[in-house]
Design a protein around this ligand. Structure first.
Ligand code: NAD
Length: 391
């Protein structure tokens, strides 16, 4: 099969197995080129197949020498359709990690369900024993509650009043104004149910009940804050409410983990192009301006650079540096005064005519294509490839 990108709005419905492997291998190479970290050795990553979760898994194995189990929800290839990118990434990761001598096992299914939790616990017990790091990096538009069977959808909306701002169609480069209507209370509550901390704590509870938490265990989940430009749609919007809940969960979990001398942290990460962030209105335009500024200042990072920096912060000193709310701040370069001033100045002037020059739409588009295994110069996309790959 000859596989080309098929972009529909903010998703790409195809993925390239060899390109995804190239993407994974580049991230592995980055980690191998960095100093090894003495940290976790038995790691469970929930949401392990793309974005921040995948980068965390790569950094755990290749930077800390950890054995890993990854949980994700991905589509295998079928009837002339390619698998999803996360499926190919997982295969590529497992192959590379096993070749390097690490245990690497994966579970594909709904992490929100009791069944997948039980299946994972069984595998953890069999392959890893007790875990010393659990990374929770699930990003999903919906969640079926494991007890009631009710399905909740998350929304990306402002709260209280409509929000109008600039946005870009990243495919056409057209900058326009968008108005988003405020969420209802039910939509706010549902978004918290999907993206808040409940499922993270259910995972920790299940691991504790199965006696699979090691002494000194750490658990991590990821959050975002961002600037004033995106505040109404992000931090003060529905997703921000879910992140507040996630951050509060970290405090509750830390108390529960006291008997293991364990800790739960939320790490506030940088805005990056991932399948999840490209779905948020306004944010892709902000990201393309941010990339330009951060590159000019030599501060640009992707998921893998962030994962490396996160594990350095977590494991390199005797104390972990956090803000006053107890959060690890990997967004410190994004939020630097000079960076934000420059983005703000560009934002006020941005139009369809100058977006390519004032923003880095090219980098945005390349990052987006690469999420699906396209845009790698070492891959010949004219060649026939088998979409059905398995470890
Ligand atoms: P992503 O879309 O790249 O990854 C989501 C992961 O969740 C995938 O592995 C997917 O398979 C998995 N997943 C989704 N639904 C699942 C389910 N039901 N069961 C099992 N696995 C499931 O997203 P991302 O951007 O890497 O986001 C991860 C976390 O990082 C989120 O909490 C997000 O808010 C946070 N974050 C993202 C950014 C950003 O700019 N992308 C910035 C800061 C923080």
């Amino acid at each position: 099969m000859i596989i080309k990108p098929k972009i529909r709005g903010f998703i790409c419905t195809t993925a390239h197995p060899e390109g995804c492997a190239a993407h994974v291998n580049r991230q592995i190479d980055y980690i191998k080129d960095n100093t090894a970290i003495q940290g976790a050795k038995k790691v469970l990553v929930i949401g392990a197949s793309t974005g921040y979760g995948l980068a965390s898994r790569i950094a755990a194995s290749f930077g800390m020498g950890a054995d890993t189990i990854g949980v994700s929800y991905e589509r295998p290839a079928s009837e002339g359709r390619t698998a999803s990118a996360g499926w190919y990434n997982t295969v590529a990761f497992e192959r590379a990690a096993r070749a390097a001598g690490y245990i690497a096992e994966s579970i594909n299914g709904d992490a929100f369900s009791h069944e997948i939790k039980q299946e994972t616990l069984k595998l953890v017990k069999e392959k890893l024993g007790k875990v010393d790091l659990i990374v929770y990096s699930v990003a999903s538009p919906r969640r079926t509650h494991p007890d009631t069977g009710e399905t909740f959808n998350s929304v990306l909306k402002p709260i209280g009043q409509p929000f109008t701002n600039k946005t870009v169609n990243t495919n056409t480069g057209v900058v326009s104004e968008i108005t988003l209507e405020p969420a209802t209370q039910e939509e706010i509550d549902n978004t918290i149910t999907v993206m808040g901390g409940e499922d993270w704590s259910l995972w920790l509870k299940a691991l504790e009940e199965a006696d699979l938490l090691a002494d000194g265990v750490t658990t991590l989940a990821y959050s975002y804050i961002g600037p004033e430009i995106t505040e109404a749609i992000y931090r003060k919007g529905t997703i921000g409410q879910a992140k507040n809940d996630l951050e509060a969960t970290a405090h509750t979990l830390t108390k529960q983990l006291e008997r293991y001398q364990g800790k739960a942290y939320v790490s506030v990460n940088k805005a990056l192009v991932t399948q999840s962030s490209s779905a948020i209105p306004v944010v892709p335009l902000y990201i393309s301006l941010l990339f330009k500024v951060m590159k000019e200042k030599g501060l640009h990072e992707g998921c893998i650079e962030q994962a490396q920096r996160l594990f350095e912060k977590l494991y390199s000193g005797s104390t972990v540096e956090t803000d006053e709310e107890g959060r690890i701040r990997l967004d410190n370069w994004e939020m630097r005064e000079d960076v934000q001033q420059a983005v703000k100045a560009a934002w006020s002037e941005i139009t369809t005519e100058n977006v390519s020059e004032r923003g880095d739409l090219e980098q945005y588009r390349l990052d987006f294509l690469q999420l699906f295994g396209f845009g790698f110069e070492e891959i010949n996309y004219e060649l026939d490839v088998d979409p059905e790959v398995h470890v």
